[in-house]
Design a protein around this ligand. Structure first.
Ligand SMILES: CC(C)(COP(=O)(O)OP(=O)(O)OC[C@H]1O[C@@H](n2cnc3c(N)ncnc32)[C@H](O)[C@@H]1OP(=O)(O)O)[C@@H](O)C(=O)NCCC(=O)NCCS
Length: 189
């Protein structure tokens, strides 16, 4: 009986392999369709979306996961922001991450985690100091995101404070950071 069950499980288990890649202009339609399927039409009303609107993602920080045929099955992008000001009154440069999404048929295979780790590594390599996001702490804490680092920061619209998280890529980068998150990235032409 156990052998039969194993055969049934193996038959239904997803076998697609995936790769993490930099997004290209040819991926935009597939990415938007994926986000509509996974997150629904309300995604455009999110507070983070206002910060992203009319801007380009941070250089080198729009990533996709592809299946073995090259189709987009996951996406993550990061955006340049100012994370309030320091105690000396200087704007603090940081990144805002999101949205992160994985095709519903591919969930639980480590694709979200692989996108997160690739994005964090690339952001660190490019010299960024911190990444912020609004999302489920139960998911993002495994990558080191905590709410404690954002306690004096606010998003432009109402948000749940326990979902407003940050990861410092340079220790102490957000020390004393206070104020509003403001878009600072390149504008769309
Ligand atoms: C969240 C999401 C990106 C995870 O992608 P994924 O490829 O399934 O993630 P991984 O395979 O790397 O990780 C799966 C693990 O995360 C857990 N997980 C997924 N979403 C979670 C959540 N919101 N809260 C807590 N844990 C979560 C799963 O239970 C699983 O746990 P396990 O490893 O103990 O079995 C994907 O489910 C998704 O696109 N969801 C809809 C959009 C969304 O919610 N985006 C994030 C905003 S918070």
């Amino acid at each position: 009986m156990a052998a039969v069950l194993d055969t049934v499980r193996a038959f239904f288990a997803p076998t697609t392999t995936y790769t993490i890649d930099t997004e290209t202009p040819a991926d935009v339609v597939a990415r938007e369709n994926l986000l509509d399927r996974v997150m629904g039409p309300k995604r455009r009303k999110k507070s983070s979306e206002k910060i992203r609107r009319g801007r380009l993602p941070a250089e080198g920080l729009a990533l996709v996961a592809r299946d073995e045929t090259g189709h987009v099955i996951g996406t993550v992008r990061l955006w340049n922001v100012e994370a309030g000001i320091s105690q000396q009154g200087n704007p603090i440069e940081a990144l805002l991450l999101g949205p992160l999404a994985v095709d519903c048929t591919q969930e639980g295979r480590g694709i979200g985690g692989a996108l997160m780790r690739a994005a964090i590594a690339e952001a660190a390599k490019r010299g960024h100091g911190a990444i912020l996001l609004v999302g489920d702490a139960a998911y993002y804490e495994r990558f080191g995101f905590v709410a404690e680092k954002t306690r004096h920061l606010v998003m432009p619209d109402p948000f749940a404070r326990d979902r407003f998280l940050a990861l410092e890529l340079k220790p102490g980068w957000l020390d004393g950071a206070a104020g509003m998150i403001v878009a600072s990235g390149r504008k769309l032409a």
